[in-house]
Write a protein that binds this ligand. Sequence first.
Ligand code: SAH
Length: 366
Amino acid sequence: MLVGTVIRPGARPDLAEFERLALEDALAARGVDRFRARQIFRWIYRRGVADTEAMTDLPRDLRTRLGEDFSLTTPAIAHRDQSIDGTQKFLLRLADGRTIESVFIPDTPAMTFCISTQVGCAMACAFCLTGKMGLARNLTAGEIVGQVRVLVDATAMRDVRFNLVLMGMGEPLHNYDETMKALRILNDEHGFAMSPQRITLSTVGLLPALEKLAREPLMPKLAISLHAPTDETRGALVPINKKYGVADIIEACKRFPLKHRNRITFEYVMLAGVNDRPEDARRLAKLLAGVKSKVNLIPLNAAAGIPFERPSDEVVSRFAEILAERHLTVSVRKSRGRDIRAACGQLIVEGQKKSTAQQLADLAFT
Ligand code: SAH
């Protein structure tokens, strides 16, 4: 079995699922020179090729063999929406027919892709639409990176520097191994060569995984979805808080090794009458004293089915002021792409109703 690669019986290994060294091993096992892996990586990630036949600096017989021995899976754009603010939402169809959403957010001032790590999510946060779907399955590393491959071309960003936020569908630390493998593929010097410093991983704070992350050689920036300063309120919003409580998460954050001048972002979705009182702000400031932090207030993106309301701008400003007075760095997230339901927490695959034939076809594969 090839290291680091999922091989389904009868299926050809997928080039999109390989880290470069594993690809070198797989090629060497077939008597192919190791350096071909570098060329293949450049074609897939730098030049955006999705077909081995198009890798024209490879000898013809090697191209043919690659095509016979390997597949190269690329998500397909099933639907695309553009917001008046330039944000674009992509519905991507995966090889098994499942769909996920990825978002391009330009000029913030950085160019940012917001990508998914799971189909659906198991965390069931009370204000999040994706949470309502439950978890269908984890994405593979190839599918996580595949979103970047597709969006870079679709938005003509191949020669432009961009950032990534793992804030789409899913909980990245609940799909730890594939997420980390995706970061390694994105980092490869013959591929996107992305510094992990341009990638932000957002998590509800699954403690064992967070502690593992603290020891990773490739460390992304960290954002914690906190949303409340007490276990009582947070427990009602983020169910996993009953297992990994506020104090434990903050302790883990204090121990988290940060690069020089980096800080942990604490995301705080503001819900009217639930966690937006001056008292909540004061508690939050106290909780974060001594943590290298910044707070990102996210006024709720309301939607049908979410049993909360967005606080007024005045309430949000007052909350931010209280934090700032206590020497915290605060930003209020402007929601982008609300008109196309691409704003934070609004990613949910709509039109789930399938034809009977499709439902039967799905059953046949489970
Ligand atoms: N599971 C990870 C990453 C995906 S969610 C996490 O929880 O961090 C990305 C961010 O969007 C989280 O901070 C989440 O709390 C926030 N979010 C979810 N639903 C939202 C909504 N309806 N309005 C505003 N932000 C929301």
